[in-house]
Design a protein around this ligand. Sequence first.
Ligand code: MEZ
Length: 533
Amino acid sequence: MFTPEMMESVKKVEATRDKRMGMEPRRMTADEKDALLKAFHPDYKDAAFETIKIGPNKGQKAPAELVHLLHSNSRLTKEKIDLQKIDYDVDVLVIGGGGAGASAAIEAHEAGADVMIVTKLRIGDANTMMAEGGIQAADKENDSPAQHYLDAYGGGHFAARPELLRRLVMEAPDAIQWLNQLGVMFDKDETGRMITTHGGGTSRKRMHACKDYTGAEIMRTLRDEVINRQIPVAEFTSAVELIKDETGQIAGAVLLNMETDDYLVARAKTVIIATGGAGRMHYQGFPTSNHYGATADGLILGYRAGVPLLYQDTIQYHPTGVAYPSQIFGALVTEKVRSLGAMLVNRDGEAFMHPLETRDVAAASIIRECSERGKGVTTPIGSGVWLDTPMIERIGGEGTIEKRIPAMLRMYLNYGIDMRKLPILVYPTLHYQNGGLEIGGDGFTKGIHNLLVAGEAVGGIHGRNRLMGNSLLDIIVFGRNAGKAAAKKAKDTKLGKMNLDHIGEYARMLEEAGIDTHDQSPLLLPKYARHER
Ligand code: MEZ
């Protein structure tokens, strides 16, 4: 439960609730947002970034922790890998067992390809599983993909790659139907129509949800489909380097069996990187809402093979991570809590911002409230602001929280906090990498043949900030497309002799840049992972 000091503040939140119920905080102007972001968003903290010294993005900045991995040695530098000894030989190799990887594998299988998934943990151990509030699609009569495009384009600071965003919004309605037919249990009203809500920055209610475990429900369904189709999945098996042939096209990957430490060779006519995000890098010391394996591996594999990164310097801090209690510090408090009417208020019970500003603006606003304005609530481990959850019951009626966000309710009840009666404390948490590997509208990487990327490892779909529910959407849209495209390409691909020459070239670049390191990448597991046998 809360400390006496917090309870003092709760009284102020309760005392101002009636007055706040009837008001809607004003939205910030574009100039106000710009000034706020520059002063308080972590992306603008210059000291936390370093310059990349080698490779396609040489001279550009990235979070220091990511630059460190880009400047590290291959895990294979001192290993002798026998590329003649082939352990797996397939048409399509999917690296990653989350929503994007599973969607890709299902479509490649549907197209008749011999496809396999390798995943360093278990299938479904992925950020897909952790996404809660919903998936966007403009499929109602008052909405359109064009409207969806405008919302996402503006929310992403007009930086999204038009060909990628276009595909995302145009194929969204079909993605929802595909999931529905596979068996995802979307929230529906008594007539069978899907229930949709707003998210931050949406001009229409287009967030489709499965209560507050939308990602888990989607992943459950995709995993079942992979199993039903008997698509081979090598679990606890990570990709540590891509393999090319003498023409420079991708020809497979070197894998590491995480249980035995043995290296394996997978030959593949096409490879899809679907390795997800980077929350476990804990940029700038932030806690994270991400799953245990989110360590930017795909970015390292792709970059070492020559694929450029796009927007690698922009990270999403979800405005509402758990600030208290400490046992769940940094866990996600879904944006749906705000969609249902909960306001963000400071320690004096003042609503200091509109609850549905876009995520970067909302995060910066909370950071300002707790720092410059000194209006945060002090906790035993930091500070936070209130998310006034009892408002949801007042707006939607008694029982709304249990019905619409039952997982949130249960998570807090485990620690003696009943969010139907008490507000909860939140602070930004590292949630999503806006940037990633550069692809074209067809899903193939720029410059490196037969290599595709899908999901959070892609850069450019959302620009410099992503709206809620567009990530669950992109893993489906771009995952499915990658699977179809990879299967098609595999049909007319002939592989030559495999080699790992690009690793040697990368090592030479490190040396020429004067980078002398013993560290290795990809990281595979967070720094605090225990390696016990
Ligand atoms: O898109 C997301 O990141 C998402 C659905 C998160 C959430 O707040 O629930």
